[in-house]
Design a binder for this molecule. Structure first.
Ligand code: HEM
Length: 549
C-alpha cells in the first residue's frame, strides 16, 4: 500500500520533528525555499508494488507540478510542469547533468552521449549529430523496409504452415519480442553495419546484448547499487555474467571499429593489426553476416571516414554501445504500445490501413512516400505520449538554481541546492489534465488541433503552426507539454531515425495483417526499467488482412 502525505496532513509527531529539522537544513543549505515544497513520502515497497511512474502520477495530482519525493534518506524533486521542464532541459540545461542515470549507465556506456560529462558530451555531440544527415536517413529507410520485410515474411510463413495443417485460425505471437528482434537488427545495421539477424536466429552476441540490457534495467530499478562494492563483479553470479556479456559485445564492437578503420587505413596496416582484427571479428561472426564496405552507409563508417584516424577507439566503442542501447528498446517499446492501443481501437486501425492503401497500395514505403503517411506518424507520437520512453528524464543540478514558479508551483519558484536529484516526469506531462483533453484517451487526431489554455501562466499552448516543417508534433509546437524525444541540447539525436523506423515497421505490419489482442487489455501488465514494457509479452492474434487492396 502507498503512503503519501503532503506537509499539511496529519503526521506522527516524531516524523514532523524529523521533517522540520530536515527542511530547515535543506533551507539552510540551499538558501531557498525547497523546504516549502510539498512532500510525497513513499515507502520503499512503493518501488516494487507497481511501476514507480504510476505513483508519481497520483502524487502529482495530489501535490501539484513540483514536489519532493522522499524515500528514506533519498530525495528527488519530481517535475510535471512544462515551464519548469523547459527551464531544466533547455534554458538552463548546462547547469544539470544526468546524475543517478550516469552512475548506473557509465559502466556500460562509458563516455557515450547519454551518461557523458558535459565536456565529453559537447565534443561528441558535435561529431555524431551531423551523422544523421538526410542521405543517411534515406539509406536507412531501405534498411528499415528490408528488416521489416523479414518479420513480415516470418509471419506469413507461420500463417502458411498453419494453413497447410488445415488450420484457419490466426497465428498467436508475442509481438513485443518480435519488435525487439526487429529493432535490434535495424540498429546493428544502421549504427555499425552489423547484421544481428535476430529475427530469424540466435547468436552469442544477441544473447549478450539482451543480457546487458537486462542488467541495465535491473540497475535502474534496484535501490542499492551493490555492484559498486569491490569484488561484487567476481562474487555475485549475475554480475559475473554481466561482465562476460559486456566482453562479448565489446570484442565485437572493437572488431567492427578496427575493420572500419582498416578499410580506411588499408595502406599502413600491419600484419599485427590484421591478426588482432581477425581475432576480434571472430567473436561476433557466429552465424551472422557483415555487410560489405561498399554498401556500408552506417554511422560508424561516417564517424571513421569523416573524422580520420585520430578517433579514439574506446570513445567510438562507447558511442556505438550507447546508440545500440538507446535506439533498441525505445523503438521496440513504441511499436509494442502502438499495437496495444490500435488493437483496442479497431476503427483507428482501419483508418490507418485506409491511409496505407491510398499512399502505398501494395508497395513498400520509400523515403518519399513515408512523408505522406501522416496518420501512421501521429499514431507513433500518440503512443509515445501515452507511453513515453523513457517515462522519466533524470537530472542532477551542478550548481544552485531557481526553478520557475509555474502552474501549481510556488509563485516565486523553488530554489534548489547543487546536487539536487530531479525526475522530469514525461509521463505526468503527457497525461496532465491541465494540458490535454481526455488525457488518457488514444486520439492521434488531437495533434491537428491548436489548443491554448490561458489559465496556465507562462505556457504558450499547443500550436502545430509554430514549427511548420516539423516531421512530428514535438516540444516546440507544444511548448514542452509533449516531449516524445526530450528537448533542449540533450534531446534525442536519433529522433528522425526512430520516427521513420517506427513508421515503416508499423506501416508494413498493418499493410498485411489485422491484429487483435489475445487476452484482455487488463491482462497486459506493465513493468518499467529504462522503458515501459509488458510483464509477459504482448500476445496478439495475427491474420491476413481481409480487405487489403
Ligand atoms: C536521447 C527517446 C531512439 C540515440 C534520448 C532522449 C529521449 C530519447 C527522450 C533524451 C534523454 C534525456 O534528455 O535524458 C528516444 C525514443 C526513441 C529513441 C522514444 C525511439 C522511439 C533513438 C535512436 C537512437 C537514439 C534510434 C540512435 C540511433 C539517442 C542518444 C541520446 C538519446 C545518443 C543522447 C543524446 C544526448 O545526450 O546528446 N532519446 N530515443 N535514440 N537518444 Fe533517443
Amino acid at each position: 500500500s502507498i503512503r503519501c502525505q503532503s506537509t499539511s496532513t496529519e503526521k506522527p509527531k516524531t516524523r514532523n520533528l524529523v521533517d522540520n529539522a530536515s527542511n530547515l537544513l535543506t533551507n539552510f543549505l540551499s538558501g531557498g525555499n525547497l523546504g516549502s515544497m510539498p512532500i510525497a513520502e513513499g515507502a520503499v515497497t512503493d518501488l516494487f508494488d507497481r511501476p514507480l511512474f504510476f505513483s508519481l502520477y497520483d502524487w502529482f495530482i495530489e501535490h501539484g507540478s513540483v514536489y519532493k519525493l522522499a524515500f528514506g534518506p533519498k530525495a528527488f524533486v519530481v517535475v510535471s510542469d512544462p515551464i519548469v521542464a523547459r527551464h531544466i532541459l533547455r534554458e538552463n540545461a548546462f547547469s544539470y547533468d544526468k546524475g543517478v542515470l550516469a552512475d548506473i549507465l557509465e559502466p556500460i556506456m562509458g563516455k557515450g552521449l547519454i551518461p557523458a560529462d558535459l565536456e565529453t558530451w559537447k565534443q561528441r555531440r558535435r561529431v555524431i549529430a551531423p551523422g544523421f544527415h538526410a542521405s543517411y536517413l534515406e539509406a536507412m529507410v531501405k534498411i528499415f523496409t528490408d528488416c521489416s520485410e523479414r518479420s513480415i515474411t516470418k509471419f506469413e510463413e507461420l500463417l502458411g504452415a498453419q494453413a497447410l495443417n488445415g488450420g484457419r485460425e490466426p497465428i498467436e505471437l508475442d509481438l513485443e519480442a518480435e519488435f525487439s528482434n526487429l529493432a535490434l537488427d535495424i540498429i546493428g545495421l544502421g549504427v555499425f553495419n552489423y547484421d544481428f539477424g535476430s529475427v530469424t536466429k540466435e547468436s552469442p552476441v544477441i544473447k549478450a546484448v539482451y543480457g546487458t540490457l537486462f542488467e541495465a534495467e535491473h540497475r535502474s530499478t534496484f535501490y542499492i547499487p551493490y555492484w559498486k562494492i569491490p569484488l561484487a563483479r567476481w562474487i555475485v553470479p549475475r554480475q559475473r555474467k554481466f561482465h562476460s556479456d559486456l566482453k562479448v559485445i565489446n570484442d565485437c564492437l572493437d572488431g567492427l571499429i578496427m575493420n572500419a578503420k582498416d578499410t580506411r587505413e588499408v595502406k599502413i596496416m600491419t600484419n599485427m593489426f590484421n591478426f588482432r582484427k581477425k581475432q576480434m571479428l571472430k567473436s561476433c561472426s557466429s552465424g551472422t553476416t557483415q555487410t560489405s564496405n561498399l554498401q556500408d552507409a552506417s554511422l560508424l563508417r561516417f564517424l571513421v571516414d569523416m573524422r580520420g584516424d585520430d578517433v579514439d577507439n574506446r570513445q567510438l566503442r562507447d558511442d556505438l554501445m550507447t546508440m545500440l542501447i538507446a535506439g533498441h528498446e525505445t523503438t521496440a517499446a513504441v511499436l509494442t504500445w502502438a499495437v496495444f492501443l490500435l488493437a483496442q481501437n479497431p476503427s483507428k486501425m482501419k483508418k490507418a490501413q485506409a491511409e496505407l492503401d491510398a499512399v502505398l497500395g501494395q508497395e513498400k514505403p520509400t523515403f518519399e512516400s513515408l512523408k505522406k503517411l501522416e496518420y501512421i506518424r501521429l499514431i507513433v507520437v500518440e503512443s509515445l505520449r501515452l507511453y513515453p520512453q523513457p517515462p522519466l528524464l533524470i537530472r542532477r543540478s551542478l550548481k544552485p538554481d531557481v526553478l520557475p514558479g509555474g502552474y501549481q508551483g510556488s509563485p516565486d519558484g523553488y530554489a534548489i541546492p547543487a546536487g539536487t536529484d530531479i525526475f522530469v516526469s514525461v509521463y505526468n506531462l503527457h497525461r496532465s489534465p491541465h494540458f490535454w483533453d481526455r488525457p488518457n484517451d488514444f486520439e492521434p487526431e488531437r495533434f491537428l488541433v491548436t489548443k491554448t489554455n490561458e489559465s496556465v501562466e507562462g505556457w504558450a499552448g499547443f500550436d502545430p503552426s509554430r514549427s511548420p516543417g516539423a516531421l512530428y508534433p514535438n516540444e516546440v509546437v507544444s511548448d514542452f507539454a509533449l516531449l516524445p524525444f526530450g528537448g533542449g541540447p540533450r534531446k534525442c539525436v536519433g529522433d528522425q531515425f526512430a520516427l521513420m523506423e517506427s513508421t515503416v515497421a508499423l506501416a508494413m505490419l498493418l499493410q498485411k495483417f489485422d491484429v487483435e489482442l489475445r487476452g484482455s487489455p487488463e491482462s497486459v501488465e506493465l513493468v518499467t526499467g529504462a522503458t515501459i514494457h509488458t510483464k509477459n509479452g504482448l500476445w496478439c492474434k495475427l491474420q491476413k488482412r481481409s480487405s487489403s487492396s
